[in-house]
Design a protein around this ligand. Structure first.
Ligand code: APR
Length: 251
């Protein structure tokens, strides 16, 4: 039995005793869906622009049309991506728990597409919009030629994602902390563990008494806190984990 196999068995045992589960995901889970991280330039057209500037309120103020077009490009790319076996395994796992929350830093909507139901998007969603000045939610983009389009209040419309220098949505944070504090097992998948506050979520769960299982091909700052570290890509490790967990349920 390989080390990974042993660790997977350890993780299955932890899940077996859990009543309440939180899965926290980052860019790594969508890697096998082909979604380039936001630091990769989508194509040569954008190579001369700094994503950290584009994805900021200052960048939008300076050149709203440029930022809008950059996000249109990202949205096209992300919209063409499909959930991978890692997303599907997480959606499958929810069937075995009454209390199961997915907290994601991703804006790509792939957990929902895979069938996850209770999702907290701490960094927003690239397929949603709000207005820049008032944060009015925009259900449907107006059919006009403005770039970016305008809200009925007159403000420019922007994607409903969290930009550099912005606060995370309070409601998403509240839901995250509440679920972290009541969970027995937390699964942390594909996050580098350096961008706060999400990087602090495992510590919150641990302090509240939960076990932490981490899935990542590389060790991260979270690995030290994890009870079980499953070293490998999410699209390969998670289906095996969930399959074995289901076997123990049917025994
Ligand atoms: N399966 C699981 N994890 C993977 C895989 C994979 N196939 N491939 C890579 N990883 C891991 C990497 O080892 C790394 O630890 O995914 C992590 C990705 O790290 P980041 O790109 O920093 O992603 P994330 O932690 O989600 O970043 C947080 O930063 O870019 C901003 O707002 C953006 O939400 C994002 C935030």
């Amino acid at each position: 039995m390989s080390d990974l196999d042993k660790s997977i068995d350890g993780a299955v045992k932890l899940l077996g005793t859990a009543r309440s589960v939180v899965v926290s995901t980052g860019a790594g889970i969508s890697k096998e869906s082909g979604i380039p991280t936001f630091r990769d330039a989508p194509n040569a057209l954008w190579a001369n622009y700094d994503p950290q500037t584009l994805a900021s309120p200052e960048g939008f103020r300076q050149d709203p049309a440029l930022v809008w077009r950059w996000y249109e490009d990202r949205r096209r790319m992300i919209g063409a991506a499909k959930p991978n076996p890692g997303h599907f395994a997480i959606a499958k796992l929810q069937e075995f728990f009454d209390d199961f929350v997915v907290i994601t830093q991703n804006i790509d909507d792939l957990h929902r597409k895979a069938g996850s139901q209770n999702i907290v998007e701490v960094h927003g969603n690239v397929f949603r919009y709000k207005c820049f000045d008032m944060e009015h939610p925009i259900e449907e983009l107006p059919d006009d030629d403005n770039v970016p389009p305008k809200c009925s209040c007159g403000s420019l419309i922007r994607p409903d994602v969290v930009w550099f220098g912005e606060m995370l949505p309070a409601s998403a944070l509240e839901r995250s902390f509440a679920s972290l504090e009541r969970c027995d097992t937390m699964l942390v998948v594909g996050t580098s563990g350096i961008v706060y506050p999400a990087a602090g979520f495992p510590a919150v769960a641990k302090r509240a008494g939960a076990n932490v299982i981490e899935v990542n091909p590389e060790a991260t700052p979270i690995t030290m806190e994890a009870d079980v570290f499953l070293k490998g890509p999410a699209g390969e490790v998670l289906p095996v984990l969930v399959e074995r967990f289901m076997e123990t349920r049917s025994e």
